[in-house]
Design a protein around this ligand. Structure first.
Ligand code: CA
Length: 254
C-alpha cells in the first residue's frame, strides 16, 4: 500500500515580540508557537534593538512591536532600526483610536499596525500577511511557478520600482522600501498626472476614516522624495499641490 505523501513543512519562521506587558507577551507567544512559529519575547526597545542590529544573531522574519514601552518607545525603536538599514517586516501595536500613532508608526517605517485591544486571529493573519510578502520578495526567478504573477515592476526614466522585491532603484542606487512606502507610491503612480488629496490617501492607503491630521502624510512624502528626487527640496516627480495633496509625474518636462 502506498504511503500517504509526507507533508512538506516550510522552515520555521522566527518572530520577535517586543512587549512589556508580560501576560500579553506570553499569550502571544503561546498562540504563535501553536501556529508553529519560533517566538522570542523581549520587554524593552533597547533589548529589541540589540538583538535586531546584531549581525551574529539569527535573523527574525517578523517583529511585533508595541508602541508603549519603558525606555525607548516603539516609534523610536522603529526609526532606529530603519536608519540602521534593518528592514525586517514589522507590525506595530498602537493604542486604540489614536490615528496619529498609526501615522507616526508608518512614518517611522512600520509595515502594518494593529490597534489594541485586538482579536488574536487578526494578529495571526497580519503576521502571516507580512511573512507571505517576505517570501515573495525572497523568491528567485527559478522558484517562481508558471502560475505566479509576472514580476511587478514600474519603470520611469532611470528609475524603477519593484513592488515584489520592495525595492526602488534610482540610477546606481538601490533603496529598500517598506510595504507602506511601496503602497503609497503605487497609489500615486496608478494615478500619475492626477492630483490626489491627502484625505483620499489616508482613506485608501491607510484605511483611516477618522478625522486625522492629514499633515502627517507629509513626513512620508519627504522620505520618498529622498529616494526619488535629485533635489528633494525642488521635487520634479512627487509634486505638492498646495492645500490639496500630491501629484506624481513620471516624465517631467524640460
Ligand atoms: Ca506595552
Amino acid at each position: 500500500m502506498p504511503l500517504p505523501p509526507t507533508p512538506t513543512h516550510a522552515p520555521q519562521e522566527n518572530i520577535l515580540i517586543v512587549e512589556d506587558e508580560k501576560h500579553l507577551a506570553e499569550g502571544l507567544r503561546f498562540n504563535l508557537e501553536a501556529e508553529n512559529y519560533v517566538v522570542r519575547t523581549v520587554e524593552t526597545g533597547e533589548e529589541a534593538l540589540e538583538l535586531l542590529l546584531d549581525k551574529e544573531q539569527p535573523p527574525f522574519d517578523v517583529v511585533v512591536l508595541d508602541v508603549m514601552l519603558p525606555g525607548k518607545d516603539g516609534f523610536t525603536v522603529m526609526q532606529e532600526l530603519r536608519h540602521a538599514g534593518q528592514y525586517v517586516p514589522t507590525l506595530m501595536l498602537t493604542a486604540r483610536g489614536r490615528s496619529e500613532d498609526i501615522l507616526q508608526g508608518f512614518g517611522a517605517g512600520a509595515d502594518d499596525y494593529l490597534s489594541k485591544p485586538f482579536e488574536l486571529s487578526i494578529l495571526i493573519a497580519r503576521v502571516r500577511g507580512l511573512l507571505r510578502r517576505k517570501q515573495w520578495a525572497g523568491q528567485t526567478p527559478a522558484a517562481v511557478t508558471p502560475k505566479a504573477p509576472q514580476r511587478d515592476i514600474y519603470v520611469f526614466g532611470d528609475k524603477s520600482i519593484n513592488y515584489d522585491q520592495l525595492e526602488l532603484r534610482a540610477g546606481e542606487q538601490v533603496y529598500p522600501l517598506t510595504l507602506m512606502e511601496a503602497n503609497i507610491l503605487r497609489y500615486l503612480i496608478d494615478r500619475a498626472g492626477e492630483t490626489v488629496s491627502r484625505k483620499i490617501m489616508l482613506q485608501e492607503v491607510w484605511g483611516l476614516h477618522e478625522d486625522t491630521d492629514t499633515r502627517a502624510i507629509d513626513n512620508f512624502i519627504v522620505r520618498l522624495r529622498r529616494y526619488l528626487e535629485i533635489d528633494p527640496a525642488h521635487p520634479r516627480h512627487l509634486l505638492t499641490v498646495r492645500g490639496v495633496g500630491y501629484r506624481f509625474v513620471p516624465f517631467p518636462e524640460g
